[in-house]
Ligand binder design. Sequence first.
Ligand code: PGA
Length: 251
Amino acid sequence: MRKKIVAGNWKMNTTVPEGLELAKAVAAKSAETPANVGLIVATPFTHLAAVAEVLKGSKVELAAQNCADHASGAYTGEVSAAMLKSVGCKWTILGHSERRQYYGETDAKLVEKTKLALAEGLDVILCVGENLDEREAGRHFDVVTEQTENVLLQFSAEDMKHIVIAYEPVWAIGTGKTASSDQAEEIHACIRGILAKHFGAQVAEDTTILYGGSCKPSNAKELFAQKDIDGGLIGGASLKADDFIAIAQSY
Ligand code: PGA
């Protein structure tokens, strides 16, 4: 059985003291979530080391929201995969639509970042998803297929054990507009088909595919009931411990 995961993407929210409070609350309540559902929090870089301490002894795992596309050196302002590993991250998110849109993240860069993350022993949550224009033009399957293949075809079936995919339609992120469970499921099934085609049925069966985009306690149950939806990448609702935990309890 592939792993179910509920991951919180805090984005650029909370000061360090606020983040520590939130992490403490999530860690404390994590015992109330089903044992087969993994929990992850992706905090700002500044919070990682301190949050790692708070999460010790709980089931909650730590993620970064991005990592550098170089291993080390003269890249002012960047944070490497090795640095993330050294503060206790198990995961990094890569290719979030906000990084693609505002920071010029290309699929080629994502290949480099994913290689570096995997080499350091980090697991990757790779985000894909179409924007509103692409959805309205009926190009959503093509866009998601292209984004998925451009990165993942550079990796092996063995690497796929360390990669989770998050489908996040850009028009649903932070807008309150959730994709319907049918809209989400058909894209998830498409992604699983891509995995089957390139890596075989077993990899397709074993890979966790998350949904993200205005996922909240009121809609999580219906989304997570879909055959190919294995949990969520949660933005806004992950900033409230009770909502985040309630989403995990939808399973
Ligand atoms: P949202 O964000 O839940 O606030 O829509 C999801 C995400 O961007 O990961």
